[in-house]
Design a protein around this ligand. Structure first.
Ligand SMILES: CC(C)(COP(=O)(O)OP(=O)(O)OC[C@H]1O[C@@H](n2cnc3c(N)ncnc32)[C@H](O)[C@@H]1OP(=O)(O)O)[C@@H](O)C(=O)NCCC(=O)NCCS
Length: 129
């Protein structure tokens, strides 16, 4: 996905990173970004079953491309890549707008996350029901 096309889309989630989210190197802890990534992907998955419970079964191709800093405005853009029988695979691109300097837009992370629709016993169920 090109930066230009991302600018035209609404992110699933947009958040400003806070000092509490840093690691000992002073950048944002990767686990914090992963947590938002998971939430953003779930927003996309729910489009395919608003009344369904989706759980995360896998994260593939998780790439931390560039660091995220305190004060960056971070956007999580999602796109449905594949709809299976019980699963939905979501492409997620994460972009930061820097607080420092010129407000540059930087792609900081990419991943594909797989969600499975489950019933009340947490067993996979078809999405198209
Ligand atoms: C999600 C869960 C119910 C799936 O159980 P399962 O026995 O693997 O179910 P299945 O083998 O029938 O697979 C279900 C779907 O998930 C897909 N899937 C399972 N493991 C996968 C993996 N590692 N990567 C990609 N897709 C996967 C299957 O391809 C299948 O998709 P489809 O029906 O669209 O073809 C089970 O793995 C689970 O409960 N995991 C924990 C979920 C959770 O608690 N997540 C929160 C984070 S801790």
């Amino acid at each position: 996905m090109e930066n230009e096309s991302l600018e035209l889309r609404d992110p699933a989630i947009r958040v400003t990173m806070m000092p509490k989210d840093t690691n000992y190197a002073g950048t944002i802890f990767g686990g914090v970004i992963l947590s938002y990534l998971d939430l953003a992907g779930a927003v996309e998955a729910r489009k395919h079953g608003k009344d369904k419970l989706f759980v995360t079964v896998a994260m593939h191709g998780v790439d931390f491309i560039a660091p995220v800093f305190v004060g960056d405005l971070v956007s999580f853009y999602t796109r449905t890549q594949k709809i299976g029988r019980t699963s939905v695979t979501v492409d997620i691109t994460v972009e930061a707008v820097r607080r420092e300097g010129s407000g540059e837009r930087v792609r900081v992370m990419e991943a594909d996350v797989v969600y499975v629709a489950v019933d009340e016993n947490r067993r996979p169920i078809p999405i198209n029901t």
